[in-house]
Ligand binder design. Structure first.
Ligand code: 1GP
Length: 254
């Protein structure tokens, strides 16, 4: 089954997923990823996302190879630009930054990337990327030259996500940005959730299990965690225990 179809099936079943974001720039030696890979082998992680707003190193291929050699969960590119296409990944979030008005990130980079993706086996997952203000200027807001949506403009975010869905995007990703001061609030997540039918990914600033569970309970199908795990990979165990219980309870209700 394709990764997208798997996500859609999980969404229909009400099952939640956890993705770990690896920024290749922060990995000096792939072995640094081993604690996360060990947790992934213990079923604490459903997906690895790999990418960053800018990637200044050339080790993305190596990072992906190391993950794939040691654990069999999907590796998904979460690219900051068309320069971050690494064909050894299983899939790519083909992001259109629909909260912004920068044509290069709405369609420009995609034109450059499309023929490269066509020539590779990588699965393309059309994704509406919605940046939400989180207090300070994040790298992604600065690099993308876009203004994130205000965090209390719930209906604006919902209309943006809905427009993305109507344009045929298959996933919506609400992101407060890496290392966000404030994670995306529950009302924002639930308002968007009620408006769209496609799977909803939420990330940025999730650094406690309470924040993770709050996002999932508010309607996120998948949460993405990056920064917090660099300090404490074991946070994943706590979160995945709760996600496991949630998914079990959904199963038993069916
Ligand atoms: C950023 O959503 C991701 O795009 C993850 O954010 O690094 O803050 O967990 P954090």
């Amino acid at each position: 089954m394709s990764i997208l179809k798997e996500l859609e099936a999980r969404h229909r079943q009400g099952k939640k997923s956890v993705a770990v974001l690896v920024d290749p720039d922060k990995v000096e030696d792939s072995a640094e990823l081993d604690p996360l890979i060990r947790l992934a082998n213990e079923n604490c992680v459903d997906f690895f996302f790999v990418g960053g707003s800018i990637v200044t190193t050339t080790n993305m291929g190596e990072v992906i190879k190391h993950i794939k050699e040691n654990v069999s969960i999907p590796v998904v590119l979460f690219p900051g630009s068309s320069l971050q296409i690494e064909p050894s990944a299983d899939a790519i979030l083909f992001l259109s930054l629909i909260s912004g008005r920068n044509p290069d990130l709405l369609i420009g980079q995609h034109v450059i990337a499309a023929p490269i993706l066509k020539n590779n086996k990588i699965e393309v997952m059309p994704t509406g990327y919605v940046l939400i203000n989180s207090g300070k200027t994040t790298s992604v807001a600065y690099v993308s030259n876009t203004t994130p949506l205000p965090e209390d403009k719930y209906s604006l975010a919902a209309c943006t996500a809905l427009a993305g869905e109507m344009l045929g995007l298959r996933l919506i990703y609400l992101d407060a940005g890496s290392g966000a001061e404030r994670e995306i609030n529950a009302k924002m997540i639930s308002t968007v959730r009620k408006t769209i039918n496609v799977p909803l990914i939420v990330g940025g600033g999730i650094n406690t299990s309470i924040k993770a569970i709050t996002a999932l309970e508010a309607g996120a199908d998948m949460i993405v965690i990056g920064n917090a795990l660099e300090k404490d990979p074991n946070l994943l165990t706590e979160i995945s225990d709760k996600v496991y219980d949630w998914n079990q309870s959904v199963k038993s209700m069916r």
